[in-house]
Write a protein that binds this ligand. Structure first.
Ligand code: AKG
Ligand code: FE2
Length: 206
């Protein structure tokens, strides 16, 4: 555990964002700049990044980003026709997990990592509503690297929207009925930007 972060520094306060049938809390500077720079580099160097593919309309399509899945041995996770078997926790991942756990108010047994290499990498509209996450999952999203727009839309009325710029060192907690009523995405951008890593800590019901 990082002494600097845990003993001498309180995380910056978060902003609760109350949406219709969904709740978010955003902590823009949860990790300080130096820690965030170090985690960015450590994760780039030590995570087993892979470009996965999914079957779509009978074709094998590459995900437009790199991914990795880490967690307790008993957790495996399926989406878009893939089952991901987790790799064992690394030191950096358990450090980050232990830092965010008190703020999230719940425990996590796995983490999905996404590496957006540049503005061309993205994630399309979806909700994290897979059955193994349970009915009202708490999902903690940690961000390092280039800031990216995180868009939300109400499933049954796409005019209802919200947007958050997820910055270097930030933490976003999604909870309550958010995944049931809202979808989210990280759109492409034509801006020339560097890489970004997002980690979503989850509790998978075995
Ligand atoms: O990269 C992000 O901010 C979003 C990640 C996400 O939605 C997911 O992993 O399910
Ligand atoms: Fe998601």
């Amino acid at each position: 555990m990082s002494l600097q972060g845990s003993l001498f520094e309180e995380p910056a306060p978060g902003n609760v964002i109350s949406l219709k049938n969904g709740e978010l809390a955003y902590y823009p500077h949860f990790f300080n700049k130096a820690e965030s720079d170090t985690y960015m580099q450590t994760l780039l160097d030590t995570i087993a990044w892979k470009q996965e593919s999914m079957r779509m309309y009978g074709k094998e399509v590459l995900f437009p980003r790199l991914m990795a899945w880490y967690g307790d041995v008993a957790t495996s996770y399926s989406f878009s026709g893939n089952t991901f078997v987790p790799q064992p926790w690394t030191q950096a991942l358990t450090d980050i997990r232990d830092r965010i756990t008190p703020t999230a108010g719940t425990t996590f047994n796995s983490v999905l990592l996404n590496l957006y290499r540049d503005g061309n990498d993205s994630m399309g509209w979806h909700a994290d509503d897979e059955p193994e996450l349970g009915p009202q999952p708490v999902i903690a999203s940690v961000n390092f690297g280039a800031a990216r727009r995180f868009l939300l839309r109400y499933k049954s009325d796409h005019h209802l929207k919200h947007e958050i710029l997820l910055e270097h060192g930030s933490l976003l907690i999604m909870k309550g009925t958010l995944q049931q009523y809202w979808e989210h995405q990280v759109p492409k951008t034509s801006r020339q930007i560097s890489g970004r890593i997002n980690l979503t800590f989850r509790f998978i019901h075995p």
